[in-house]
Design a protein around this ligand. Sequence first.
Ligand SMILES: Nc1ncnc2c1ncn2[C@@H]1O[C@H](COP(=O)(O)OP(=O)(O)OP(=O)(O)O)[C@@H](O)[C@H]1O
Ligand SMILES: [Mg+2]
Length: 575
Amino acid sequence: MIKTLWQGMKRRYRRYTFLAPLIVVLEVLMDVSIPYVMSLLINNGIGKGDIGYVLRYGLLMVGLSIVSLLFGILSVRLGTMAGTGFSKGVRERLFHKVQDFSFASADRFSIASLVTRLTTDVGNVEMAFTMCLRMLVRSPVMLVSATAMALFMNARLAAVFLLAIPLIGFSFFYIILRAYPLFQQMLERMDGLNGRVQENLNAIRVVKALVREDYEIERFEQQAQDLKEAQIRAERLLIWNQPVMNLAMYACMIAISWFGGILIVQGQMETGDLMSFISYVTQILMSLMMLSRIFIVLITSRASAMRIVEVLDTPVDLNDDAADPALAPQDGSIVFEGVGFGYYGEERLILNDINLSIRAGETVGIIGGTGSAKSTLVQLIPRLYDVQRGRVLVGGHDVRDYKFETLRGAVAMVLQKNVLFSGSVRENLRWGNEQATDEELEAACRAAQAHDFVTELPQGYDTELGQGGVNLSGGQRQRLCIARALLCKPKILILDDSTSAVDTLTDSRLRAALSERHQGVTTLIIAQRISSLTNADRIVVMEGGRIEAVGTHEQLLESSAIYREVYETQLKGVA
Ligand SMILES: Nc1ncnc2c1ncn2[C@@H]1O[C@H](COP(=O)(O)OP(=O)(O)OP(=O)(O)O)[C@@H](O)[C@H]1O
Ligand SMILES: [Mg+2]
């Protein structure tokens, strides 16, 4: 896990990562030497009334403190730079990874969880990382060196204190071990809550339309309550940490003052030694406390780190590494050869035994009941998913032989769940083709029957669209998506139920414009209405993941019972 995170870190930040702890070590050495200088000052200076000595050693103490302060500032600075550099790198890698995701991987992680991973989780890990660079070095080094100094000053007195350490250690590990599972549980509930909020906000219109607000609020409150309880359980254990530490610390102080006092009275110890001894005890106990805090942070960030690594380690299951960059489709022909495909592997095939050959320039309609795998079939053409059996050929070559860019440049697809982005209409259209001129934009919009309504928008082509194009009607959105696809000047155009929200008159105008303007472009039209397919050269009838029949409208009326039935019910609807 750490290896995966580390690998992506830039060299500059790696340097900071090594430098920061080194400087922390220097800082600690300063901190630990100060009480020793103090004991010398008290014993030899004050004890013997030597003002010169007091001044010299006093200045030395001030000097050491300033150096320690400077080291402290420098180490925090380096640590913070390393931490922010680290999190920026991780975020970038996550984002790249998500961009490389195949549709299959994108289906597996939900949007909500990806958003949490890119924001909250990265933040948690960054905090832990920065803290570790400083505290995880500072506390053990301080613990060891202060203990050594205490032993060096007075081994007998140190024994008192060494007795307290096992007690502290025991309670500390007890708390940590018990707290870990509780924190794990708390984080899981936090995820649940995040997911709920995101899902709800994404679907806010549906929630309101179905008047589900009360229900949603209730579910939210329940989850917030669960989270609160888990949080209390975990924190309740942790609040013991501080008092136990304090108790141990003050008990030690009292014991040391007591025994130290006796030793001084007996003349076996000097006053300065006792004072610096107490400083060391404070340092030791402080580092123990710091250690326990770090462990808590590490525990809470571990879950986050694992969630990040899970994304980073997802193999890229679709790649075009083996493809020939020079290869481009000759024409818009499409061939399915014995294709079998399933979203969850070969055990559950959705498409079975598909054989279909489409000539370049042909217009093919696809019709079939909902869930008959029409969308699944056409998604294999631009290789949004890979087939499990057989192969798909575009322009005479297997789709896997093309670079993604070449293939997807030749195949324009308007997805069933199409999306627009926030930005102006013009910017959205240019997604199809960045170099498109304004004339080309307009021509594409005219063909897609979008020009008229776009010019009626407040600022025409410069009108800003909301996120996802919320300020357009469903049919308007569909027509803009078609225009965007036309701008790619594709060899193959796939319209997946893209005119479902467009009235029949506009629909027929659109088809007429397409067949006139885009002659030679292979066009696949998935539609529910047979009327949308009247100018198709051939129609494919799908049923349960298989091709039931292929033919012209007249042929299908003769040969396909399903087609006849659909035709008759739709005709009746009209009558
Ligand atoms: N991303 C996905 N992951 C898993 N299964 C899926 C996915 N998309 C579709 N399916 C399943 O594949 C089957 C075919 O779905 P598909 O979307 O191809 O149907 P369709 O013919 O386009 O239907 P519609 O007319 O409603 O658009 C369905 O049973 C569906 O549950
Ligand atoms: Mg579909």
